[in-house]
Design a protein. Structure first.
Lengths: 247, 229
């Protein structure tokens, strides 16, 4: 096999003539990946915490609804969910809203919104399970003590259970946070130009597949390292003394 | 309001079934090779030989840090070239299915190895000590004492991972390989009925995976009850 390595390709101006280099394409893909993952993560954390709390409340209907929510998002492949958000939902919306989405928004915004909502809901089901297991890991006495002090149930959650539960689930949430960056690569399939998609585009434009893929892989490894070290700081700060792994 | 028209699905069922067979084939190969190679990796990781344990740790961490889509793209790039240069294949042979199987197997083995490592470590150290006191070698104590106990506890986790893997096989879409999802998409695109076909595909995955995960859960309960007695 005679493959011509050419690492200089990243510094050559892109053939599309937009005045950017191929490295510039990579970096803009990296930006999209980071923006997408972070916004979806905020959504997943908010929704997941809410549903996670609902799964533990002493109300059969609420916890059944929350359990159904989790099963729905966990048993359909991410790719299928993404296509449903992007291709199916705009058709099923009321006509006005659907037309607005399909015609008035520019394609990049459409792709980004669908991808964000998809990743947000998908990850929220996983966050929910972690939050639930965190709440369930607390001794039963904590909740009883809160109620005995005259707190209402929402107050008990707000002041007693959740502050502890969130600190306990930081480590598993770290791995969900890492997953959301990896899962964002799936969004290249609807044409969103994030990191993986830029890598494939570079292959088409430069015919240097190995350099392109190696660069994309290195960027994902970098994201991984940065997120892990940030979360290690968070873990150290929130660790509960007296628990396993605590100080 | 959107008017549903499901009429293109009945005629497409034979194609969809062919696609489902491809999905199941990839899942099955990846589960079998993933568990085999994953066990080897886990034992290397726990081995006292430093280079082996470093290799396994590097392998597992590398694969777990990269998105599956990226891994698949790599394998669709490299495997065909490798196979062609080694076996002198006709350049027109379709090796996408083989590439997908190899890619999934090597990728999933990293995840399986972490499950298996945790399983091995959950076996009390006294068991290994007892085995060596009986005169067993390291390999014998692993094979006859540790692994059988570890695997029994791990079965539910390994099966859950298989369900995740089955869902992930839909990502072979990036190589336009006709698995279940790819076929559904193509039929929907052809007939202008993408909405119905995508919803149908989602429903099929949902029913299959929910049923499978309920079975795993029931098995887990049985196992727990058995251990408790």
């Amino acid at each position: 096999m005679s493959y011509q390595w050419n690492w200089g390709v990243f510094l050559t101006p892109a053939a599309a003539g937009d005045g950017s280099t191929y490295l510039g394409w990579m970096l803009s893909g990296l930006q999209v990946t980071v923006a997408l993952s972070l916004s979806a993560w905020v959504m997943a954390l908010a929704l997941g915490s809410l549903i996670g709390v609902l799964r533990t409340v002493p109300n059969r209907w609420l916890s059944a609804i929350a359990a159904g929510y989790v099963e729905l998002f966990r048993n359909i492949p991410l790719l299928v969910q993404l296509f449903i958000w992007y291709f199916v939902l705009p058709e099923l919306l009321p006509v006005k809203l659907g037309t607005w989405f399909k015609q008035d928004l520019d394609p990049v915004t459409q792709q980004f919104l669908s991808a964000m909502v998809c990743l947000g809901f998908f990850t929220s089901a996983r966050v929910c399970e972690q939050v639930r297991s965190g709440i369930n890991a607390l001794p039963q006495g904590q909740k009883n003590a809160g109620l005995a002090l005259g707190f209402t149930l929402p107050q008990t959650y707000r002041h007693v259970l959740l502050p502890m539960a969130f600190r306990l689930v930081v480590p598993p949430l770290t791995s969900e946070f890492l997953n959301i960056f990896k899962n964002s690569a799936v969004c290249s399939t609807i044409g969103l130009l994030e990191l993986a998609a830029q890598g494939r585009q570079l292959v088409d434009y430069t015919a240097q597949p190995y350099e392109s893929f190696i660069a994309v892989t290195v960027f994902y490894l970098l994201i991984n390292v940065v997120v892990m070290s940030l979360m290690r700081v968070v873990e150290n700060r929130t660790r509960v003394p007296g628990y396993l792994g605590g100080k | 309001m959107y008017e549903f028209d499901w009429s293109s699905i009945p005629g497409a069922l034979p194609f969809l079934w062919e696609g489902m067979k491809v999905s199941l084939e990839i899942t099955l190969t990846a589960v079998i090779f993933g568990i085999a190679w994953g066990t080897a990796l886990a034992m290397m990781r726990l081995s006292p030989l430093k280079p082996l344990s470093w290799f396994a740790a590097g392998y597992v961490n590398l694969f777990r840090a990269i998105p599956l889509v990226m891994v698949l793209l790599w394998f669709f790039l490299i495997v065909p070239q490798l196979l062609r240069s080694v076996f002198a294949l006709d350049p027109n042979t379709d090796v996408r299915l083989t590439s997908a199987m190899i890619g999934f197997a090597l990728f999933e083995s990293a995840y399986y190895s972490e499950i298996i490592r945790a399983g091995i470590q959950s076996v009390p150290a006294g068991q290994v000590a007892a085995a060596s006191a009986l005169g067993m070698t390291y390999a014998q104590s692993m094979r006859l004492v540790v692994l059988p106990q570890a695997f029994r506890n791990m079965v539910p986790l390994l099966l859950t991972q298989a369900i995740v893997l089955f869902q992930d096989t839909s990502l072979v879409y990036v190589s336009a390989l006709a698995d279940f999802f790819g076929t559904a998409y193509k039929v929907g695109d052809r007939d202008g009925r993408l909405v119905e076909l995508l919803l149908f595909a989602g429903a099929v995955y949902f029913v299959l995976c929910l049923a499978a995960s309920q079975l795993v859960r029931r098995y887990q309960k049985k196992l727990n009850a058995h251990v408790a007695h």
